[in-house]
Design a protein around this ligand. Structure first.
Ligand SMILES: [Zn+2]
Length: 147
């Protein structure tokens, strides 16, 4: 795993999870999130065949930030356990730069910012982001521990 550049300078207090793209492999991203009493790390890949077909979906399914065109990317994680060994993946639409936490907090702005102003209070947007991410991780880790 290639660690993200500038790790020490990251605004950890403002991050619900850490996500970054592999600088050596543009189709690969990593996501590390708190889970239970530890951390879980997931490798995400752009599924083959959809690389250039940017769909109409331009809303991140974790932080619900709207982006133009390629700002949202379909990323797939291999499922845990036997399902993953059978090649099963779970896909989700994510901010292509995986900076969901920063978009939610307004520390980073989408090019569509302003057009989709959210009325939800910040705490609820953060809670929703964590919930959405958890639901995704639930699916990824479903088969964990199965032989
Ligand atoms: Zn996002």
């Amino acid at each position: 795993m290639h660690l993200p550049p500038g790790l020490a300078g990251l605004p950890w207090g403002d991050l619900d999870f850490l996500g970054w793209r592999d600088p050596g492999a543009p189709d690969r991203s990593y996501l590390v999130a708190p889970r239970g009493d530890g951390l879980v790390g997931v490798t995400l890949r752009v599924p083959q065949g959809v690389r250039r077909s940017f769909t109409k979906t331009t809303v991140c399914s974790v932080c619900v930030t709207g982006h133009p065109g390629s700002g949202v990317s379909l990323l797939a994680a291999r499922r845990a356990g036997v399902l993953g060994r059978q090649g099963n993946t779970v896909g989700t639409y994510l901010c292509a730069d995986l900076a969901c936490s920063l978009y939610v907090r307004g520390r980073k702005r989408s090019q569509l910012a302003g057009r989709h102003e959210e009325t939800l209070p910040l705490e609820e947007r953060i809670a929703r982001t964590v919930r959405n991410l958890d639901a995704f991780l639930d699916k990824v880790l479903e088969g964990e521990g199965e032989k």
